[in-house]
Design a protein. Structure first.
Length: 277
């Protein structure tokens, strides 16, 4: 994997009663190290995606490990030829991933994990399972696991209502859910179990973790990521997907050839929105 800029991402659901006091030390440390990206701090956890030199990333991880609450956080690594973030931000949020339900606390209750290789074995054996994509519609449009159920949601906050459309008979089936890196499934699995689904598993490490361990088996397309790369393939390499600057929709090569696509102005999806309006 080429590239001189190291990208890292990780999260942990854990009680952070001192969330407000953590902001400045994190900001100062990251600024001193020349890192860019975002750290989200909430009363119930941390979520970060950062990029910089190999040395800076290594020093940040050491800094993270110095607080026992953050020690051993699983971290995803990738490389790029450029800095994918414009600036360094440390934000205080109510939730590190917004669902809108304060009663869902993954640090206390979440679904069991299934390792990528175990999920692949289920797919190899053509087991009768429900593979559920918890991501937003603009993400699922550019790639998903074969045969997965997409809920057509535009925001993760829509997930609790969207699962009501899943037929009742699926409540007794094994459900394997997935998202980009795993964080949404921590909450989504709890929502589904509370709704009566009996056997809910979340793909450990999400799509990106699966790519690292199993490659592109049973994956169709690219994977949307929340930085300037827009999307990566199963080798975790940036693809040709571009994002519309106006409506923020990801655009395939074919869509980029549309007469309705003008860089920096509008795209085919903007045109559709205009028709509806």
């Amino acid at each position: 994997m080429s590239g001189q800029v190291f990208n890292i991402a990780g999260y942990r659901f854990i009680d952070l009663h001192d969330r407000d006091e953590l902001r400045d030390p994190f900001m100062n440390r990251c600024t001193d190290l020349g890192l860019k990206g975002t750290i989200l701090l909430s009363p119930n956890g941390i979520n970060f995606f950062l990029a910089g030199s190999e040395e800076s990333v290594s020093e940040f991880i050491q800094y993270l490990e110095s607080d026992r609450r953050f020690s051993g956080i699983p971290i995803k690594f990738s490389r790029t030829d450029y800095q994918p973030f414009r600036r360094m931000l440390v934000k205080r949020k109510n939730e590190i991933i917004s669902l809108g339900d304060s009663e869902i606390k993954p640090s206390e209750f979440t679904g069991p994990y299934i390792k990528p290789i175990e999920f692949k074995h289920l797919m190899d054996a053509k087991e009768d399972i429900l593979v559920l994509d918890t991501r937003n519609d603009y993400e699922t449009r550019i790639g998903s696991f074969e045969g997965s159920l997409e809920l057509g949601i535009s925001s993760f906050r829509d997930f609790p209502n969207a699962i009501a459309s899943i037929p009742e008979e699926y409540k007794s089936k094994t459900v394997v859910m997935y998202c980009t890196g795993g964080i949404r499934c921590e909450k989504a699995s709890a929502v589904m179990m509370n709704a009566g689904f009996e056997d809910v598993k979340q793909l450990e490490g999400g799509i990106l973790g699966y790519f690292k361990e199993c490659g592109g088996s049973y994956w169709d397309g690219d994977c949307f990521v929340f930085d300037q790369r827009v999307a990566v393939d199963s080798d975790l390499t940036e693809t040709d997907i571009q994002m519309c600057f106006k409506c923020r929709e990801p655009l395939s090569l074919e869509e980029q050839k549309s007469e309705n696509y003008v860089i920096g102005e509008h795209c085919p999806y903007c045109a559709e929105i205009s028709k509806v309006a």
